[in-house]
Design a protein around this ligand. Structure first.
Ligand SMILES: CCC(=O)NCCS(=O)(=O)O
Length: 327
């Protein structure tokens, strides 16, 4: 598999990525570098191989999967019709989101949107259907709302717009899912901004917890202080090196340890898990874990190694998603 060495996509703080010349000179297969530095290769970020996606979705369905939540928002080239077609072909429910991704991925025009205009855009899509698909396809979640560190002024505004949706008739309980900044303080800052704007904290999901809060006491503090959902959604990414910040990705085993710690502290009803599949290298065709990895591998470890009960596992995979996704 030859990878386009077309240069950096994301600014990767602190990654000591070898030079492209050095990579080309090495006889090491591309897959090694893609696994360690997935955001360094534009081809890996062109999530356009629908055959590979469909193959993976069908495997997820075969192993018992029922629903996929697809949270590409404005700034992430969301494609409503493509997702609808993949849902039809795979036999899976697909829930898509309305909202806005991180500041750095937005057009200059979008960065000029006001709180009011962004709230109107999202409430209009939720109540009337996706723009361009009115009456046909409707969002089932707000987000992922993208936030960076330090938080951009425009991101504060889009969070305020999202929080205000919980005061709009008909969507007062819509779930709001967050892509937080990578600092441990980010989820706490986001919850303050959202709730000050009217959000119901128990209807908020803090995603990507895998790479955000690593101290067990801080995990419990977030869950206890804010009663939000905590989501480990990077299962299957098993590299310690994390290209986007100076911290380690936890292994799947450590993700389970953190989930079990939160369960042992009384938060088993507020936990969610997933795969966040947004690069080619996460798909089986390209050597990745795919959409079925949690069902295929992680479930056994959760029950046999970490000691979750079947009831606790069922909450992670069925009950908790059902509760947060119904509104
Ligand atoms: C594009 C999807 C996304 O933002 N995923 C999160 C990646 S990371 O911030 O957890 O590295």
């Amino acid at each position: 598999m030859k990878i386009d060495f077309g240069g950096m996509f994301f600014h990767a703080p602190g990654s000591n990525i070898p030079s492209e010349k050095l990579m080309k000179d090495m006889s090491i297969p591309d897959t090694y570098f893609v696994r360690q530095y997935p955001y360094h290769f534009k081809d890996n970020l062109r999530f356009s191989d629908d055959d590979a996606v469909l193959e993976s979705l069908k495997e997820y369905k075969r192993l018992g999967g029922g629903t996929v939540v697809e949270v590409s928002t404005v700034g992430l080239q969301r494609d409503v019709e493509r997702c609808a077609k993949l849902g039809e072909k795979s036999g899976l429910n697909v829930i898509m989101g309305t909202g806005y991704y991180v500041n750095s991925m937005q057009k200059e025009q979008t960065r000029k949107f006001t709180v009011e205009s962004m709230q109107t855009f999202m409430s209009d899509e939720l109540l009337n259907g996706f723009h361009g698909f009115e009456g046909k396809y409707y969002p089932g979640i707000v987000g992922e709302m993208g936030v960076t560190d330090p938080i951009a002024d425009w991101e504060v505004n889009h969070l305020r717009a999202a929080g205000g949706l919980h005061e709009v008739e008909g969507i007062k309980n819509v779930p709001i899912t967050i892509h937080p900044g990578r600092a441990p303080e980010s989820p706490f800052e986001i919850m303050r901004i959202l709730t000050e704007a009217g959000a119901r904290p128990e209807r908020v999901i803090i995603g990507h917890m895998d790479r955000t809060i690593h101290k067990y006491d801080d995990l419990v503090k977030l869950a206890d202080e804010w009663k939000c959902y905590i989501q480990y959604d990077l299962f299957g990414v098993e590299t310690s090196h994390y290209q986007m910040a100076n911290c380690f990705y936890p292994s799947d085993g450590e993700r389970l340890n953190r989930l079990k710690h939160l369960m042992d502290n009384g938060f088993e009803d507020k936990l969610l898990i997933g795969h966040d599949i947004h690069t080619k290298h996460r798909l089986e065709k390209y050597g990745g874990h795919g959409y079925a990895h949690i069902l295929r591998v992680v479930k056994d470890d959760a029950l046999k190694t970490v000691g979750m009960s079947e009831e606790q596992w069922n909450k992670l995979g069925v009950i908790n998603p059902q509760k947060i996704l119904q509104f």
